[in-house]
Write a protein that binds this ligand. Sequence first.
Ligand SMILES: NC(=O)c1ccc[n+]([C@@H]2O[C@H](COP(=O)([O-])OP(=O)(O)OC[C@H]3O[C@@H](n4cnc5c(N)ncnc54)[C@H](O)[C@@H]3O)[C@@H](O)[C@H]2O)c1
Ligand SMILES: [Zn+2]
Length: 270
Amino acid sequence: MTRPAVVALGGGVIGDLAGFVAATYQRGVSLVQMPTTLLSQVDSSVGGKVGVNHPLGKNMIGAFYQPALVWVDADTLVSLPPREIVCGIGEIVKYGIALDSDFFSYLELNLEKILNLDPEALFHVQSRSLEIKSRIVAEDENETGLRTILNLGHTIGHALEAAGKFQLLKHGEAVLLGTVAEGYIANRLGLISNATYGRIVEFVARIPFKSSIRNLKTPDILRAMKYDKKSIGGNIRFVLPFRIGEAKLVDRVESKLVVDSLTHLRKVRS
Ligand SMILES: NC(=O)c1ccc[n+]([C@@H]2O[C@H](COP(=O)([O-])OP(=O)(O)OC[C@H]3O[C@@H](n4cnc5c(N)ncnc54)[C@H](O)[C@@H]3O)[C@@H](O)[C@H]2O)c1
Ligand SMILES: [Zn+2]
């Protein structure tokens, strides 16, 4: 009898859901990821994290389940709303800041081309992002070490997303804002220079962005952060840049500094 396969044709939400179905149906059938958003083409379709949300938390029920094939077709992006392109850049920029300074420089030089879906620029960012992600996942599939680095921008990003009840901000937008706020924390801790932090802020400032965090309340954001999967015993941990191209997990960031980073974020990106 031929075994069934699940084909996930869509964005990250479809990929995560269909992947979870593939992981559990008959205790696992083949999975093919056919991502159709920039975010899913550079990130979520690769790496095997699949799952669904639960009222108690995002991705609360899920598995690590690798696809047999990932098929990326950039032509699908032609119909994608511009807001979703911005979301993809939210995940792309973390690869540059956390792991590859040349890639970050490329993004700085070619941002407008990427926003305009220039085929050559798109091909470069898709292939470089997937190369980086697959190398990290091959070394640390279950995120016990190195893979954590890919959470740059995500501690504050997830908290902003949750404080906005997953309606106000899309995931990639929240990650972009989280990258700025976490860059601020790294700068205040003396891990990155003013010039390096300036590069991060300037890059994000060039990205057209409509969602506002003006109405998000700091206590709600801090509460959401306590549930971050990287926090241990209530101690919130951050992946912070040490320079462009290198990031490390840092704990014991004082909550006063986190509050300052949110105040600062509202100033530079309200
Ligand atoms: N599994 C992982 O490793 C991983 C990594 C990053 C993000 N995620 C998850 O992925 C989700 C975000 O994924 P996303 O940004 O792809 O959003 P999405 O799946 O919600 O898609 C965004 C919107 O675009 C539409 N769409 C998809 N493809 C289209 C196309 N080609 N043309 C026109 N419209 C199209 C969708 O219907 C949807 O309305 C979040 O839930 C996030 O948590 C998972
Ligand atoms: Zn993400």
